[in-house]
Ligand binder design. Structure first.
Ligand code: SF4
Length: 113
């Protein structure tokens, strides 16, 4: 268990987490091999028990993504999506949650998109 680790996750990556956990890691699209490896490592860390702080800025998944400098990823539209997804699942921005709470909420509310 990784209960002492906190992973910073931008809100709309809860959707990625949902798909990865409930539908399997082959259901996610990746932008490069490095992005894929990094994303899987982070999501596995969360599923392993790391706590999650929900943010509305680029996160450690974005760090290894070749698209991180594109406008959508940096601009307010992406941040609005982060906020919308955080609200949809009934969470609060910049708060930290246990994986058990997050996984239960994802299951209850299903996919937002
Ligand atoms: S940089 Fe953009 S496309 Fe890449 S993971 Fe982050 S939000 Fe997604």
């Amino acid at each position: 268990m990784e209960e002492n680790v906190i992973v910073f996750l931008r809100g709309h990556h809860l959707i990625s987490l949902y798909v990865f956990y409930f539908e399997g890691d082959n259901c996610l699209g990746y932008y490069s091999e490095e992005h894929e490896e990094n994303t899987k490592n982070i999501l596995r860390e969360i599923i392993g028990g790391a706590r999650i702080r929900l943010i509305v800025v680029p996160d450690s998944i974005c760090d290894k993504c070749p698209r991180k400098e594109t406008s959508w990823c940096q601009e307010m539209t992406a941040r609005e999506d982060d906020k919308s997804v955080i609200a949809y699942y009934g969470f609060i921005e910049n708060q930290t949650y246990e994986w058990s709470v997050v996984s239960q909420r994802l299951k209850e509310r299903g996919l937002m998109w």
